[in-house]
Design a protein around this ligand. Structure first.
Ligand code: C2E
Ligand code: MG
Ligand code: MG
Length: 582
């Protein structure tokens, strides 16, 4: 084939098509032509005539030049390349030509798949033209969907990664900033207002972020309440300024479903150049670690990534995975510390305190692994194990005629996860323990994290007879009103207050005593009982008894002990008390 010839229609003899081929061509569903090696159309099939006769510039038919007809529709390098490939195939044979081709330049409009095969040694070609517009559009829609967040129309995680990666392939010294934004307390808003309002809020946040960032920045959504801002060419100080602008976007409260919703945002920043970081995922992960640190430091905070955050994260991950195996391997143990009723000196309950019998490091106190379990999301699994063990132990003591209450410490993250009620119910059902025997302890500071959520779950538990206790009261600076409105029956006075009460005549002792007395009266006024924690000396014991605390707990009474030791300890104690009344 010579390619398109100049000039309009030519007067020349049309070569005849092989007779059998005509029937085969007509059987093809797609418009098809038989081409002479010189480019003349020798034959067109029925589909060609049917589908193309009404098109502008057509009909193109037998005797016309194929190349000219094609170039009349679209003339550019791609199409000329296609025609050259057809000429090559006709002249020299080889693999069939098979290309997708837009009918108009610029990748819009209709698409055809052009397939050409050489049908004889003389170089005759059959060229079919299948309309693939629907398929191309479907593929493009999927690709768009795959890269756009459906709720906000912002770039999604995948597209953001592509955009960051593109930045990192540019100038090796140009900085790229990734800001990881996490809306504070969004889950609680979502739960209380409902998911439609939550979706609307997320859309509003997206709009505001777009308004508060520069034209050259990209705002994207990773999912949930997590957004990313890509700051092109941003140094650390530019990124910090950008983070503050993002926080400004939250200055005005949001309005949704007739509610006024004040929100704040925590921001983690990671800045690097292509020379320093080679993967977009690394930058996003660093910014994620920074926002984690920002959250841990309190709400509405900005934190810049530093390598020690990565070290800490790796440690957390290692401990979490070891701990997960430890639970399965039975390396966790629960020790029980007795709780004494101060007026009668009777031991009425115990507090369960978990320990990790580590194969190399020995018996680890909870302070060494609970924070990591909380950070890694493993604390739910750990608490379920503790609840199950404690419920079984307490049911066994009950059966032995030792009706003790057993208190289990609950983490704030467990309240946040929303499985507490189900987990407690399961432990009671499995052990047969009466709900009245179980106490759940939540620290004052964790209650303050999300008071409504804690209150809702505690209320549900208390209805079924389980007692709730506020731990370490006086160690934080929580709002008193919040604490007293909690559905809890016990207030545990923090060790730091109790430690100071003894030492008659000392100013600090009288101040501590006054503080404990105030808490005791506060508890009483709210219909709650009080516990003095960490009582270490006989003098402290006497003072907290005199100050009216209901219960005492501390080393002077007993240290935490394994479950198996408890009945013996109780037995020896009652024998001692029988001789020396206490
Ligand atoms: P907590 O709930 O306030 O428990 C009391 C802590 O004070 C225990 O430390 C106990 O051994 C210690 N203690 C008791 N009496 C005295 C005393 O007279 N003097 C002194 N100096 N300390 C005393 P432990 O066992 O190391 O537990 C520390 C914290 O770990 C607990 O504080 C609790 O918040 C947490 N924890 C313990 N077990 C669990 C658990 O199963 N789940 C969760 N989420 N947290 C737990
Ligand atoms: Mg406790
Ligand atoms: Mg405590």
């Amino acid at each position: 084939m010579d390619g398109p010839r100049a000039g309009g229609h030519r007067a020349r003899a049309t070569p005849a098509a092989p007779p059998l081929l005509g029937g085969v061509l007509d059987a093809l569903p797609a418009p098809a032509v038989l081409l002479h090696p010189d480019g003349t159309i020798l034959q067109v099939n029925v589909a060609w005539t049917d589908q193309l006769q009404h098109r502008p510039g057509l009909p193109v038919t037998v005797g016309d030049d194929y190349g000219e007809a094609v170039l009349a529709v679209r003339d550019d390098g791609d199409v000329r390349g296609l025609l050259a490939a057809l000429g090559e195939l006709s002249a020299h044979g080889g693999d069939p030509v098979s290309v997708d081709c837009a009918l108009a330049p610029g990748q819009t409009g209709r698409w055809v798949h052009v397939q050409a095969a050489r049908v004889d040694a003389d170089g005759l070609l059959v060229v079919t033209h299948t309309d693939i517009t629907a398929r191309v559009e479907a593929v493009r829609a999927t690709a768009r969907r795959d890269r756009v967040d459906h709720l906000t129309d912002l770039p999604n995680r995948r597209h953001l990664q592509e955009l960051i990666a593109a930045e990192l392939t540019g100038d090796a010294d140009r900085p790229v900033a990734v800001l990881f934004l996490d809306v504070d307390g969004f889950k609680a808003v979502n739960d209380s207002l409902g998911h439609d309002a939550g979706d609307q809020l997320i859309r509003d946040v997206a709009l505001r972020l777009a308004e508060h960032t520069r034209e050259e920045d990209t705002v994207g959504r990773l999912g949930g309440d997590e957004f990313v801002v890509l700051g092109r060419g941003c140094t650390e100080s530019d990124a910090a300024a950008l983070a503050l602008r993002c926080q400004d976007a939250f200055a005005e409260p949001f309005r949704v479903a007739d509610a006024v919703v004040p929100l704040t945002v925590s921001v983690g920043i990671a800045v690097a150049t292509a020379r320093q970081v080679d993967r977009a995922t690394d930058l996003v992960r660093d910014a994620d670690l920074a926002v984690y640190a920002a959250k841990a430091a309190g709400r509405n905070t900005v934190r810049l990534f530093s390598p020690d955050l990565r070290v800490a994260a790796e440690r957390r991950l290692r401990v979490a995975s070891e701990l997960h195996d430890a639970i399965a391997a039975g390396q966790l143990v629960v020790h029980y510390q007795p709780l004494m009723h101060l007026r009668t000196r009777a031991v009425t309950g115990v507090e369960a305190l978990v320990r990790w019998q580590h194969p190399e490091r020995g018996l680890l106190p909870p302070g060494e692994f609970i924070p990591d379990a909380e950070a890694s999301g493993l604390v739910g699994e750990l608490t379920r194990w503790v609840l199950g063990t404690v419920a079984r132990d307490a049911a066994a003591w009950d059966a032995m005629g030792l009706p003790l209450t057993a208190a289990v410490n609950i983490s704030a993250t467990h309240i946040g996860a929303g499985t507490l009620v189900a987990d407690v119910t399961a432990a009671l059902a499995e052990s047969g323990l009466r709900p009245e025997r179980l106490v759940l302890e939540l620290t004052e500071t964790s209650v303050a994290e999300d008071p409504e959520r804690a209150a809702a779950q505690f209320a549900e538990l208390r209805v079924s007879g389980i007692e709730v206790s506020i731990d370490d009261f006086g160690s934080g600076f929580s709002c008193l009103g919040q604490i007293v409105s909690m559905p809890a029956g016990i207030l545990k006075i923090d060790r730091s207050l109790v430690a100071g009460v003894a030492g008659a005549g000392h100013k600090r002792a009288s101040q501590s005593a006054a503080a404990v007395e105030t808490v005791v009266s506060l508890a009483r006024a709210c219909g709650m009982r009080s516990v003095a924690e960490g009582v270490e000396t006989e003098e402290q014991l006497a003072t907290v008894t005199a100050l009216g605390c209901t219960y005492g707990q501390g080393f002077v009474i007993a240290r935490p002990m394994p479950a198996a030791d408890l009945p013996r300890w109780l037995g020896s104690r009652s024998r001692r008390r029988a001789v020396v009344p206490g």
